[in-house]
Write a protein that binds this ligand. Structure first.
Ligand SMILES: C[S@@+](CC[C@H](N)C(=O)[O-])C[C@H]1O[C@@H](n2cnc3c(N)ncnc32)[C@H](O)[C@@H]1O
Length: 401
């Protein structure tokens, strides 16, 4: 296995996120989507990028970088996969943004040169789609802190602990089906997930998703980040939670606007909100827990670990056991019901029933039945969870806490 995610991508024939934009008609919808995401969800409107010194780690083909450049940012791009460089350069020329490309280098996060002055630091540091693969986490957290100017922002997009549960399930199904049929990765994905894949709007091909999710050795539990721990580690490095999607700060707290909550209290509230949002993250629907039982989190984590374990080594007995252990999800969903839309509760309960049945179909070991289930079961087809989260952190100024 490759030691780095970019090493894995270098071995592939396709870039993981390349949308092959030809004209402004292709770029415009992407810009619009990013503008809405950054303005409405992350509270970072495009005006904030005008004249900003921006560092983007891991831009891949550079489609997000083009949008930052359109918003007026001066972009330094650090992309360790050299295969992406000609694509990025061509893109910036094609869209008349060459003057905004300040630098494009093959640095990875670890070896990016250390700045010594604020002039060399950045107003915005963006790392989307890979940062969770770098371990230990503190290595890149500290690096981001050193690279960001006071009051500057760090934007992350990462695989989240509970949100990744359904991705792990997909990987179990894919691995089991491949073992039973001997099909190659893409052929197996097509047989199993074409209906599911076609049910959502996306700009990538099934081949790219297969490489980037179903076969990617980094889409595993040991890499998924717990947002509570992330907020804590970032805060310790002077990077305070600013915004995220989904939100880690549900806005339930009410106090006089002149009162400034100490950082430690804000952090405590965020961690509490995250703990109560585990099922919302897992199902990608609103299942906020008013009450969290003591054994809820350990049981949930055991379920995640059990599913992750089936990817490498499928065992019908363990699959049967996990099907039974899904009761932790049902109990949680029922406890969260008063605050959820009834349709969401119903739909997620159906998802649990569907996953339980899926584990049993996998245990039975008949490839055609597995493919049939995956192409016909509505709850399975329409549930994706919330595997990837955006989180934005703001570097504190001197004396702030
Ligand atoms: C999944 S792609 C995401 C591309 C783009 N940021 C997006 O979100 O659409 C991840 C990118 O990160 C790069 N990458 C992986 N590990 C990295 C590292 N340690 N430092 C910098 N970039 C890295 C990969 O080469 C790849 O281009």
């Amino acid at each position: 296995m490759s030691e780095t995610l970019y090493g894995y991508y270098q071995q592939q024939e396709i870039l993981p996120t390349h949308g092959a934009f030809k004209s402004t008609a292709d770029l415009a919808p992407h810009e619009r989507h990013r503008r809405r995401l950054f303005t409405d969800k992350l509270k970072l409107p495009p005006a904030l990028f005008r004249g900003a010194r921006l560092l983007e780690f891991g831009p891949d083909a550079g489609e997000n970088s083009l949008v930052f450049a359109q918003w007026g940012a001066d972009c330094t791009l650090a992309e360790p996969n050299p295969k992406a460089h000609p694509v990025i350069r061509e893109y910036f020329q094609r869209f008349g943004l060459g003057a905004r490309l300040s630098a494009l280098e093959a640095w990875d996060v670890k070896n990016f040169p250390e700045p010594t002055t604020d002039a060399e630091r950045f107003d915005l540091v963006d790392a989307e789609g890979f940062i969770y693969t770098i371990q230990p986490t503190d290595l890149w957290v500290q690096k981001c802190a050193r690279l960001t100017r006071p009051r500057g922002m760090v934007v992350l997009f990462y695989y989240e602990l509970c949100g990744g549960f359904l991705e792990l399930m997909l990987r179990v199904v894919h691995a089991r089906h491949r073992a039973l049929t001997g099909l190659d990765a893409v052929a197996s994905a097509r047989a199993l997930f074409q209906t599911k894949w076609d049910s959502i709007p996306h700009k990538r091909r099934l081949e790219s998703w297969t490489m980037d999710v179903l076969e990617n050795p980094f889409v595993r539990l040991k890499y998924f980040l717990d947002p509570g721990a992330l907020c804590e580690q970032m805060a310790a490095a002077g990077l305070w939670y600013y915004s995220s999607w989904p939100s880690y700060d549900g806005g339930l707290d009410v106090h006089w606007f002149k009162r400034e909550l100490p950082g430690a209290e804000r952090l405590r509230q965020q961690k509490d909100f995250i703990r109560r949002s585990r099922l919302s993250h897992l199902f990608g629907r609103k299942h906020f827990l008013a009450q969290v039982e003591d054994d809820f989190e350990p049981r949930l984590l055991a379920l995640l670990a059990g599913v992750d374990g089936l990817i490498d080594q499928f065992s019908p007995e363990r699959a049967e056991r996990l099907a039974t252990e899904m009761t932790v999800l049902e109990a949680g969903l029922r406890a969260a019901a008063p605050l959820a839309a009834p349709a969401d509760t119903e739909w997620s309960l159906q998802t649990v029933a569907s996953l339980r049945q899926l584990l049993r179909v996998l245990a039975a070991g008949e490839a055609a039945a597995i493919a049939r289930f995956c192409n016909e079961d509505r709850a399975f087809i329409e549930t994706w969870g919330m595997p990837s989260h955006f989180a934005v952190f703001r570097r504190a100024e001197a004396g702030e806490g």
